[in-house]
Design a protein around this ligand. Sequence first.
Ligand code: MN
Length: 138
Amino acid sequence: MKVIRAAARPTRQQPATYFTGTVYADEVVVGTPPSRMRATVVSFTPGARTAWHTHPVGQTLYCLSGAGRVQRDGEAVQELHPGDTVVIPPDLRHWHGAAPDRLFAHLAMSEISDTGAGTEWLEKVSDADYLKPPARIG
Ligand code: MN
């Protein structure tokens, strides 16, 4: 057993290649084989979001604070609120991020594939797509 101290792992700003706006990541765990688990707390500033992407074994997002957005390609943008869980199937094209005017943080959990493959990054989410009004919850 080991305790990884917070002080040992500074918050990392995420690269502009894969994200729009300012996004920070705090690593929770990168599993040691046979574990393939990866968990990260991701904090988005208002208007910030991932690029379009897919995960080979899917991804689960647990919303921690603020107001977020998620979109599956071809469907309406959805609002996210603290306590919501998003289950994203393997190879599904999607993005996630903050609302235009709010901070947002989620815990992102995923596993690498049999071959060690992780997230596949695609193009950035355009402002036109990002700013479409989200679907009503219900
Ligand atoms: Mn994702």
